[in-house]
Design a protein around this ligand. Structure first.
Ligand SMILES: Cc1ncc(COP(=O)(O)O)c(C=O)c1O
Length: 417
């Protein structure tokens, strides 16, 4: 069956024809049959250079043999025991070695579960109800963070979801990214703040890097107002460096959330921190639990992936990404197109907005129709971008110079069309 026919069938049996809203785009989403290295192949026989990379987890590319062999071996031994394994402890040790803010971890199954548990932990630890989040920050699809959320919630114009009780969202306060003055104002006004949750590099309104000393100032403000700092590193963890954004920018949070890459392509979420973690059950009184938490397949794939990242480092990946970003910038400058490339390491976004984007308000000024037109053109010319302006594109270690050259040619034609 063709992508179109599968979509028509899927719409009858799955809500909107998709399993997650951000996967839907017009006229119909391409239905993917397989992924290998930097490429996706759809059921219609088309091949794409992939910059979605499963929305971030696949830093080694699709189907890395070294990970697959380890997972196959584990499949034979067992996929789920509902009991402790050495694999979990080994992965925990690796994470702790790389993250200055983490002394112990709790494994969960998704990023959303990690941030939900981190917020509960912060509330339980401080005894305070409120959290502050960034306008446009996306931390998963649970009640207290679906307030002006980015990513698919923004793309589909539902940043404040129906069904979230006003009682739940009234404890979530908003500040713009890159604005320490607004954060200080919120901390001075509000007495009941338990935590500030922030993506240290925003990835869910497109990529927005932190300005100058923003993160350092955030740390100081949290300290001086006795507010816990949660870095949501579910995208940036193991992506910007082995120790994530907190190592790159040298700012240590109280709680870190991880996921995506740490599961090597399988479901994964992690929360970690210092002494505060002792508040979690079974030691402490903040309850948290999960059937699939720390399951042997995700932990095996995570371990295999992290071992490869430790061995190979990020130099090649980051220089390939820089080559692509520079190439795009040259094309845009040369012809004066009304767009702009922003990125850090191997994550980037092409904003259909010529001005610098330093917060969500500025990101929303992008021409969303122009982005989806470019997205459609690139699909027809073998380049797969995430289907929304408010997403990050990702490179993987499987991307090669030929991919970059081909991508630049397609962009040049696409912007010109
Ligand atoms: C920064 C950030 N936090 C949390 C999440 C939620 O993770 P998951 O989709 O695994 O629940 C995402 C997902 O994209 C994310 O980008």
């Amino acid at each position: 069956m063709s992508s179109k026919a599968i979509y028509e069938m899927a719409k009858k049996v799955m809500v909107g024809g998709v399993s997650s809203p951000v996967r839907k785009y017009d006229p119909f989403p391409r239905c993917i049959r397989e992924g290998k290295g930097s490429k996706l192949r759809d059921v219609d026989g088309r091949t794409y250079i992939d910059y979605c990379m499963g929305f971030g987890p696949l830093i080694l590319g699709h189907g890395d043999r070294r990970v697959i062999e380890r997972v196959k071996d584990q499949l034979e031994k067992g996929v789920l025991f509902g009991a402790s394994t050495e694999l979990e402890a080994d992965l925990a040790k690796k994470i702790i070695r790389h993250y200055p803010g983490i002394e112990t971890v709790r494994f969960v199954s998704t990023g959303g579960e990690a941030t939900m548990s981190a917020i509960r932990l912060a509330r339980g630890f401080t005894g305070r109800k409120k959290i502050v989040k960034v306008d446009g920050g996306y931390h998963g699809a649970h009640d207290s963070v679906l307030v002006k959320a980015g990513s698919g919630a923004q793309t589909h114009s539902i940043p404040n979801s129906k069904g979230v009780l006003p009682e739940a969202s009234k404890y979530t306060l908003l500040v713009p990214f890159n604005d320490p003055v607004a954060l200080e104002g919120a901390f001075k006004r509000e007495k009941e703040v338990s935590a500030f949750i922030v993506e240290p590099v925003m990835g869910n309104m497109g990529v927005i890097p932190p300005e100058d000393d923003y993160l350092k100032r955030v740390r100081e403000l949290c300290d001086s107002h006795d507010v816990l700092l949660i870095f949501d590193e579910i995208i940036t963890g193991f992506r910007l460096s082995l120790g994530g954004a907190q190592t790159l920018y040298q700012v240590v949070p109280d709680i870190t959330t991880l996921g995506k890459i740490a599961g090597g392509g399988f479901p994964m979420g992690i929360l970690g921190g210092g002494k505060i973690m002792e508040e979690l059950s079974p030691i402490g009184a903040v309850y948290q639990a999960g059937t699939f938490s720390g399951n042997p397949i995700s932990t095996t794939a995570g371990l295999a992936t992290l071992e490869i990242l430790e061995k190979e480092g990020y130099d090649m990946l980051d220089s390939m990404a820089l080559m692509l970003r520079r190439g795009l910038e040259e094309i845009i400058e040369d012809k004066g197109y009304r767009c702009r490339v922003q990125g850090v390491g191997s994550m980037f976004t092409v904003f259909m907005n010529p001005e610098k984007v330093s917060n969500s308000h500025e990101a929303r000024k992008s021409d969303l129709r122009a982005y989806m037109r470019l997205h459609g053109f690139l699909l027809d010319h073998g380049v797969y971008l995430p289907p929304g302006q408010f997403e990050s594109c990702f490179l993987s270690m499987a991307h090669e110079k030929e991919d970059i050259d081909e991508t630049l040619r397609a962009f040049e034609e696409g912007l010109n069309s």
